[in-house]
Design a protein around this ligand. Structure first.
Ligand code: CA
Length: 252
């Protein structure tokens, strides 16, 4: 049996991407990082907080389903469930109340830890002069403080896209297009790192090479079906494979 090496796999995936988008090569200058489930191991806490608070309001969202909606704005998540049960959007005041409660519930959990491999990968990027950009649908203030604390000096305030910047949010391409703009790069000068299907869709819709890291309970196939160009089983695996991947981009 002919087993493809990692580099062969990267090469064919990059070639497919270039052909589909009409680029000649990927010239890597920036990496656009999602936050929850990529930089922080925070998703179990988010899923738990969503489940508990929605239930408090008679809305049914299991922890498992919360992972499928990961990356959506809070209001979009609330309204998907509200629509399902009541056939209409929730009153904006209720949306605001539920999201505030969800943020408060999230904050009762321990501080989320850095995802294994994330800090090391960021240091590799910095050493190569590649700019890290944060692109998150989150509006969780406690996490932005934590980001500054856990990843000191890595994410410039001018190079962050959060729930406060966007109108549409993922899976719309807007957040990642805004990330490109903030980094001052073209779509073939960046890659996206995402852990959620909706985030992968957003990265792909923005026309950017999208790397999925499967850090949660979903089947990896869900991320490939969402359009991921490459799939890694963890952030640590992406960090460990970084030199090979970066080398393959350079040769593209
Ligand atoms: Ca995420």
């Amino acid at each position: 049996m002919n087993v493809m090496s990692n580099v062969d796999m990267y090469r064919s995936s990059i070639a497919r991407f270039l052909e589909a988008h009409g680029w000649e090569r990927i010239r890597l200058r920036a990496v656009l990082f999602d936050m929850d489930g990529v930089l922080f191991n925070s998703m179990p806490y988010h899923a738990d907080a969503w489940h508990k608070v929605m239930e408090r309001h008679g809305l049914h969202l299991s922890r498992e389903e919360a992972y499928l909606h990961e990356g959506r704005t809070g209001s979009s998540t609330i309204n998907i469930v509200y629509q399902r049960q009541f056939g209409r959007d929730a009153d904006p005041a209720l949306v605001e109340k539920i999201y505030a409660e969800k943020s408060a519930e999230f904050s009762t959990h321990p501080e989320p830890e850095r995802m294994l491999g994330a800090w090391e990968l960021l240091q590799k990027l910095r050493a190569d002069g590649i700019v890290p950009v944060l692109v998150t649908g989150s509006g969780q203030h406690s996490l932005f403080d934590r980001l500054a604390h856990c990843f000191p000096g890595m994410f410039d305030k001018e190079r962050m896209v959060t729930a406060f910047d966007v109108k549409y949010g993922k899976p719309h391409p807007e957040p990642y297009l805004m990330g490109l703009e903030k980094a001052g790069v073209a779509p073939n000068e960046a890659i996206v790192v995402e852990n959620a299907p909706i985030g992968v869709q957003a990265g792909k819709a923005a026309g950017i090479f999208t790397v999925a890291v499967n850090t949660g309970p979903l089947d990896g196939q869900v991320l490939l079906d969402a359009g991921a160009d490459l799939l890694f089983p963890s952030m640590q695996a992406l960090c460990d494979g970084w030199e090979e991947l970066r080398g393959t981009f350079a040769q593209s």
